[in-house]
Design a protein around this ligand. Structure first.
Ligand SMILES: [Zn+2]
Length: 176
């Protein structure tokens, strides 16, 4: 069940996603929380463009960071994120024994939006987390359409702006 506390963290993810967009990256943001204390351990945003590395997804960065913390029980954590984990991040999450995942928008929604916007499909199939990592069945929650539908709308808007920017850049390049 998605709680009021979850919504606070999810809203922060959307703020981080907006920061990523403003910096020139893809609009995704994530927050890592320790379940037993409620403490925010770390947050990150997508950095694939500014960091020149296609693996700089915030969900993966948080798993990498968590593995380096000596006294952290990784199963006692929640990764909140603006968009459902992609297969790369879901794989890392499951293999590292991380805990709960709560996301705002699903990969299915993202794919639908991309189709609506006329964007090409992503090179990798954005399969649902539980298909990529069956071990995570029961600990994944999202999308948050019923609790706070405006959150999904905000994420959609960020992706729309990103798509527009990408198109403008492509147009500018072809025009030389
Ligand atoms: Zn990812």
């Amino acid at each position: 069940m998605i709680t009021v506390i979850d919504l606070i963290h999810l809203r922060r993810c959307v703020v981080l996603a907006r920061e990523a967009l403003q910096a020139g990256d893809s609009p995704f943001g994530s927050v890592l929380v320790k379940n037993s204390t409620g403490q925010v351990l770390r947050e990150d945003r997508n950095r694939i463009t500014t960091g020149r590395d296609v693996t700089l997804h915030p969900e993966l960065s948080l798993v990498i960071w968590a593995q380096r913390q000596q006294d952290l029980d990784r199963s006692d954590t929640t990764v909140y994120t603006s968009g459902e984990h992609c297969p790369m991040c879901a794989t890392a999450h499951a293999n590292a024994g991380m805990g709960r995942i709560v996301y705002v928008a699903s990969s299915e929604q993202l794919c639908e939006w991309r189709k609506e916007m006329g964007a090409p499909p992503t090179p990798v199939a954005l399969l649902p987390i539980e298909i990529v990592a069956p071990a995570l069945k029961g600990v994944v929650e999202g999308p948050v359409t019923t609790k706070d539908p405006s959150l999904v709308e905000r994420v959609k808007e960020l992706h729309r702006v990103k798509h527009q920017q990408t198109q403008n850049q492509a147009r500018a390049q072809t025009q030389g």
